[in-house]
Ligand binder design. Structure first.
Ligand SMILES: [Zn+2]
Length: 287
């Protein structure tokens, strides 16, 4: 994004709408210009704020600050002030100082010099900057500014990012568990073997056999399915995804998927035929 602003102080504009204190020099990222559009800085997104923090005008060592005759001598902005007040930034268009954290993060409506108007009464630097630092809104803005820099430079420390990351991991883990369980159901269906015995539950018979489905789950765990192993070892009794209810739901879902695939195949085919057959049980009765 390219930033082009011209600063116009709300209380100091001339009849043409230009600030007489400004010199028409516009830096690509101009802090002072944010006040011309008073709501602009409130609607900046994170990337725009970071752009201002990283790229606002910084006078070089050879920069000649304009001298203003004040109280009997020529005075100008002093570079050493930025060491005393690290939040202080210099705006060359207006030859004034601003508090960058307050510009970007102060939330109070009535803000004073250094935020809504540039500071340029150089002989008052200790008084104005000292009092500004004591403002509640400045202290809050400094905290917000530090937090913003920390999370911008280390996105993994952002609480929202951490929550989203944890949520994503949980979803991914749950999908793996369901996939492992569904593969066992699918295997039984494909090989035409019963998932469980006539008891219709997970109770083992006198030989310790709890049915093909649960035996398959154990086989997957023995074969190295660590996600399933960890799930079965730590989950609560009502969230194992292995009950007869879950088995039946998975059978229905797999059945729906197979039917949808067949329907799709038929829709795409120009011609199709249907072949019918019957299946009998042990008593030779048609099912
Ligand atoms: Zn401030």
């Amino acid at each position: 994004m390219q930033w082009q602003f011209t600063f116009i102080a709300a209380s100091q504009t001339d009849k043409d709408g230009d600030d007489p204190a400004c010199h028409g020099l516009v830096h690509d990222v101009d802090v002072g210009a944010l006040f011309r559009q008073k709501t602009a800085f409130k609607s900046l997104n994170q990337a725009e704020k970071l752009n201002i923090i990283n790229n606002h005008f910084r006078p070089g060592d050879d920069y000649a600050f304009p001298k203003v005759f004040m109280n009997g001598c020529n005075r100008s902005f002093q570079r050493s002030w930025q060491q005393r007040y690290p939040w202080l930034v210099y705006n060359k268009e207006c030859d004034g100082g601003f508090c960058l954290p307050c510009v970007l993060f102060a939330i109070r409506e009535s803000l004073g010099t250094l935020v809504t108007t540039p500071f340029n009464r150089w002989i008052k630097v200790s008084k104005v900057c000292g009092e500004h630092e004591k403002n509640r809104y400045h202290i809050d803005a400094m905290v917000a500014y530090d937090n913003f820099l920390t999370t911008s430079r280390n996105p993994q420390k952002n609480i929202q990012v951490q929550i989203e990351s944890e949520r994503g991991s949980t979803i991914k883990r749950n999908r793996q568990i369901v996939k492992s369980v569904a593969k066992c159901v699918h295997f039984c269906g494909k090989q035409c073997i019963a998932l469980r015995s006539h008891r219709d539950d997970s109770t083992a018979d006198r030989n310790g056999n709890r049915g093909n489905f649960l035996a398959l789950l154990e086989l997957r765990v023995d074969s190295g399915d660590e996600v399933l192993k960890n799930h079965l070892a730590t989950c609560s009794a009502n969230a194992r995804y292995s009950s007869k209810t879950i088995q039946n739901q998975l059978i229905m879902l797999i059945g729906d998927h197979i039917r949808d695939s067949i329907i799709q195949e038929i829709k795409e085919a120009k011609y199709f035929s249907i072949l019918c057959d019957e299946v009998t049980d042990n008593a030779n009765l048609e099912q």
